[in-house]
Design a protein around this ligand. Structure first.
Ligand code: ADP
Length: 387
C-alpha cells in the first residue's frame, strides 16, 4: 500500500488500552463492594422460575452425579451468584443417550410441528427478555443495554430457524445418464454437540441450537462454565415451549471431560463450536476418529482502518463501537487500528478523548457503558498487552 499508515499502537492504542485496562481494573478493585441492584435482580429471576443450577438431561434437572458444584461469579463484584452442577463424562454420556433416543421421535415430526415449538420458544425468550438480560449482566458483566440487545439477537435466531424449518428443500439434478434420476434429500444428521463461549451467553447457543432443532437434530449443549445460568434459563423456556424432553440437553462443568465424551461418542454426529483456536483444533482432531461433521468459529482478527478522507466523528464512533463492544470481548473487536498519516493526530486525540469518556462500572447501573472483563485472568492479560 503506497499510502503511509501508522499503527495506532504507537500512540493512540497505548492510551486506549491503558484506559480500558485501568477501567477494567477499577471494576475489579470494586469487588466485594456489592451492587445494590444485584439482589433484587436475582429475586426477579428466581421469581420467574429462571434460576436453574442443575444440568438438563432427558428433560430432568439433575445434579452432578458426584454432587460437585462450581461457583458462578458476578465479574463486576466478585460475588457468587450460584453454585451450579459440575458435570463430567458420565452425565455427558447420559445426555447423549437421551438426545439419541429423542432423535427418533423429534426427527419424525413434520417441519411445521417443529416450527411451532421453536416459534413458541422464541416468544417465551422475548417475553422473559428482562430476566434473561439481568441474568446475562449478572454473570457475564455486559451492560443491561447490550444484554437486552443480545436477547433480541439471540431470540431472532430461533425465529429465523422456526421459519426456515419449513423450507429445508431438496433438489433434482439433471443426470448424466438417461436412465438415472438424481435427487438430493436433506435429512437431519443426528445428535449435535454444541460447545459455546461466555461472551454471548444466549446468542451463541440459539445460533447453534435453532438450526439443529429446526431440521430434526437433537442437541447436547455445553455452555461456558463462566456463564451457564443464561443457558439453563433458555433451556427451561425451551421445555416450556414444548420442545420435548431430551431434544435439548445441557451439561456443564469439566470442559475437557465433556468435550472428550462428545468426541468419542459414535452417536454424536456433529460438533459445533465457538471459541479459541486451540480448543477448536482439539475438537477437530478429536472428531476425526468417528468422522463427525464439524463447524468451528475460532478466534478473531479484526483490523480497523481509518483513511485520510474519513469523517472524524463517524470514524471515532465506528472505531469505538468496533473496539469496545462487550468491553472488547467479542471475536470481531478491533485488535489494531490503522490510521492514514494525514488524519492520524486528529483521529488519535479524538479517539483517546472518546475512550476517556466511557463510563466503566457495574452493568446493572444505567450509566455504565463498559462492564467488567470476564475474570481476573482477562484483566491480567490486558495488563500484559499494555506493558
Ligand atoms: P475462550 O478463550 O473464548 O474462553 P475457549 O475455547 O477456552 O475460549 O472456551 C470456549 C468453550 O470451549 C467453553 O465452553 C469452554 O469451556 C470450552 N472448552 C475449553 N476447553 C475444552 C476442551 N478441552 N474440550 C471441550 N470444550 C472445551
Amino acid at each position: 500500500m503506497a499510502m503511509a499508515m501508522r499503527r495506532a499502537a504507537a500512540l493512540g492504542a497505548r492510551h486506549i488500552l491503558a484506559a480500558s485496562v485501568s477501567a477494567s481494573s477499577r471494576v475489579a478493585s470494586r469487588r466485594h463492594m456489592g451492587s445494590v441492584d444485584a439482589g433484587a435482580a436475582m429475586e426477579k429471576i428466581r421469581a420467574a422460575g429462571l434460576l436453574r443450577t442443575r444440568g438438563l438431561i432427558g428433560g430432568k434437572w439433575v445434579d452432578a452425579y458426584d454432587g460437585k458444584t462450581i461457583e458462578v461469579q458476578n465479574p463486576a463484584t466478585g460475588e457468587v451468584l450460584a453454585n451450579v452442577a459440575c458435570m463430567g463424562n458420565r452425565e455427558t454420556a447420559d445426555a447423549i443417550t437421551s438426545a439419541n433416543t429423542t432423535f427418533y421421535t423429534w426427527s419424525k415430526l413434520t417441519a411445521s410441528e417443529r416450527s411451532k415449538a421453536l416459534r413458541k420458544w422464541h416468544d417465551l425468550l422475548m417475553s422473559h427478555k428482562e430476566e434473561l438480560a439481568l441474568l446475562m449482566t449478572l454473570e457475564q458483566g455486559k451492560p443491561m443495554k447490550e444484554a437486552l440487545g443480545e436477547v433480541n439477537y439471540g431470540a431472532s435466531f430461533i425465529e429465523f430457524f422456526a421459519e426456515e424449518a419449513k423450507r429445508v428443500y431438496g433438489d433434482i439434478i439433471p443426470p448424466t445418464l438417461a436412465d438415472r434420476r438424481l435427487l438430493v434429500l436433506k435429512q437431519p444428521i443426528g445428535v449435535v454437540g454444541a460447545i459455546t463461549p461466555w461472551n454471548f451467553p444466549l446468542a451463541m447457543i440459539t445460533r447453534k441450537v435453532g438450526p439443529a432443532l429446526a431440521c430434526g437434530c437433537t442437541v447436547v449443549v455445553k455452555p461456558s462454565e463462566f456463564t451457564p445460568l443464561t443457558a439453563l434459563a433458555a433451556a427451561d423456556l425451551a421445555l416450556q415451549a414444548g420442545i420435548p424432553a431430551g431434544a435439548l440437553n445441557v451439561v456443564m462443568g469439566n470442559a475437557p471431560e465433556i468435550g472428550d465424551e462428545l468426541m468419542q461418542s459414535t452417536q454424536v454426529r456433529k460438533i459445533t463450536f465457538t471459541g479459541s483456536t486451540a480448543v477448536g483444533k482439539k475438537l477437530m482432531a478429536g472428531s476425526a476418529n468417528t468422522v463427525k461433521k464439524v463447524s468451528l468459529e475460532l478466534g478473531g482478527n479484526a483490523p480497523c482502518i481509518v483513511f485520510d478522507d474519513a469523517d472524524i466523528d463517524v470514524a471515532v464512533k465506528g472505531s469505538l463501537a468496533a473496539k469496545f463492544r462487550n468491553s472488547g470481548q467479542t471475536c470481531v473487536c478491533a485488535n489494531r487500528i490503522l490510521v492514514q498519516e494525514g488524519i492520524y493526530e486528529k483521529f488519535a486525540s479524538a479517539f483517546v478523548k472518546a475512550v476517556q469518556s466511557l463510563q466503566v462500572g457495574n452493568g446493572l447501573e444505567e450509566s455504565t457503558s463498559q462492564g467488567p472483563l470476564i475474570n481476573e485472568a482477562a484483566v491480567q492479560k490486558g495488563r500484559e498487552v499494555c506493558r
